[in-house]
Design a protein around this ligand. Structure first.
Ligand SMILES: Nc1nc2c(ncn2[C@@H]2O[C@H](COP(=O)(O)OP(=O)(O)OP(=O)(O)O)[C@@H](O)[C@H]2O)c(=O)[nH]1
Ligand SMILES: [Mg+2]
Length: 430
């Protein structure tokens, strides 16, 4: 219907350097985000400010410079590398006589293009509707709207603008559909827990090579492309590792710094597998000159989605681009693997990764002997559900002696949920 990708929309990019910003890396990343959305940057306008200005975000003079650039370059849209208020967006649109999209709008647009599964699409649509609902008043002609394009794709803005009630109804509808999908997903997860299959989740900065590694490990074909955010939805695949048995591997959406906070909330649901994983494989692009910052950005997103306490193994990817680099495992002082250097593309180092995984997974099992008082029957059935009981014996006083064996993460989760658990420990045997 809308063919903007054929020619590519033309955009004027705006990036403001704030007082504490030193380098141009953020700007370069913004540009690649824009390109990965299928848009052609025709001019980049930068400025320096201490803080945003209320009316246009930038100052009056800079705003006029942007408007002039739009005219000269015949751009379709202005993209800001910042979060704009609805009012700022409106004022800028009036001045520039074209659409103005902020960073949230841009990332949402990329998400909309990349969503693959039903749940992912619903999540994006929900986030778009919420974003648009604050920005309903726009003076677009029909012609421009029919052209489609960034920020206009998705929930049919024309209609939405005519009636706010429609938007609310649509949001309700999506929420109830999402609830259904989430229920199905929950059932799948419970079945896996019951079967004692641990989940390993691939996480990492966008473009680090998660999907490529996922493909190497599963030999399946998941969409991998040199674009940011090639994956939006976690993709689950069951694989077998010698000495470990079955595991579920989960590919996830790429993380990014400065992800607008509402989006983190919206995508938390799609990262559910990550939050409940036994181990995270944190994939790092080892040739990216922002490697350290990317690792930190990923760690702070993990914190936001409450997955920062899950054990992680770093996967230093793309060593084929480091001349003569030999794949290897780095270990900590206890000889536990903490980093594996490999290439997801050529496959070199994959056997080392499997070895490290085996060591980590078998090293992360907790063994305990417990004495449960008669009234702790519920706890006993929790251990049964987790298939964690190695043997049990009834004592004369009615209490139950239990030997349990389960992944440390499951144990820790149980300790949080069942407060008295720690009091029942007779001995820890791992
Ligand atoms: N040279 C080289 N390129 C790689 C390697 N692994 C991945 N790539 C390339 O890096 C780009 C991104 O790979 P993906 O696997 O899509 O990365 P991703 O982390 O899944 O990206 P998102 O899903 O967008 O977050 C693609 O062009 C891959 O071909 C590698 O080991 N070596
Ligand atoms: Mg991917």
């Amino acid at each position: 219907m809308f063919d903007r990708h054929e020619g590519g929309e033309l955009a004027v990019l705006v990036h403001v350097f704030f007082a504490n910003e030193k380098d141009t890396e953020n700007l370069i990343e913004f540009e690649s985000l824009v390109i990965s959305a299928g848009i052609k940057p025709v001019q980049i306008i930068t400025g320096n400010r201490k803080s945003p200005q209320a009316k246009y975000f930038v100052g009056e003079g800079k705003a006029e410079e942007i408007a002039a650039a739009v005219k000269v370059s015949n751009a379709d849209v202005v993209l800001f590398d910042h979060t704009l208020s609805p009012a700022q967006e409106r004022n800028l649109e009036r001045l520039c006589q074209c659409r103005v999209i902020d960073r949230t709008g841009l990332i949402l647009d990329i998400f909309a293009q990349r969503a693959r599964t039903h749940e992912g699409k619903l999540q994006v649509e929900l986030a778009q509707l919420r974003h648009i609902s604050t920005r309903l008043v726009r003076g677009w002609t029909h012609l421009e709207r029919q052209k489609g394009g960034i920020g206009l794709r998705g929930p049919g803005e024309t209609q939405l603008e005519t009636d706010r009630r429609l938007i609310r109804g649509k949001i309700r509808q999506i929420l109830s559909r999402l609830a259904k999908v989430e229920k199905q997903r929950e059932q799948g997860r419970q079945a896996r827990t019951k079967a004692g299959i641990p989940t390993i989740s691939l996480v990492g900065y966008t473009n680090a090579g998660k999907s490529s590694l996922f493909n190497q490990m599963t030999k399946s074909e998941v969409y991998a492309a040199d674009q940011l955010f090639a994956t939006l939805d976690p993709t689950l695949r069951r694989i077998d590792i010698d000495d470990v048995g079955a595991i579920v591997l989960a590919d996830t959406v790429g993380f990014i710094r400065h992800l607008p906070h509402d989006l983190v909330a919206a995508f938390k649901a799609t990262l559910q597998e990550t939050r409940e994983a036994s181990l995270l494989l944190h994939v790092v692009d080892a040739v990216d000159n922002r490697m350290e910052e990317n690792i930190q950005a990923v760690e702070s997103v993990l914190e936001e989605i409450e997955a920062n306490e899950i054990p992680a193994l770093l996967v230093m990817n793309k060593i084929d681009m480091l001349n003569g680099f030999i794949p290897r495992i780095d270990r900590d002082e206890n000889n536990v693997p903490i980093r594996v250097w490999l290439s997801a593309q050529t496959g070199e180092g994959i056997p080392l990764l499997l070895q490290a995984l085996t060591e980590r997974l078998s090293g992360e099992i907790a063994h305990y002997e417990l004495r449960l008082p008669p009234e702790a029957g519920r706890l006993r059935s929790r251990f049964y559900q987790l298939q964690a009981i190695e043997y049990e014996e009834m004592d004369i006083d009615g209490s139950i002696m239990l030997a349990v064996k389960l992944p440390i993460v499951d144990w820790q989760r149980l300790c949080k949920q069942e407060q008295p658990l720690l009091e029942y420990i007779v001995k820890s045997t791992h």
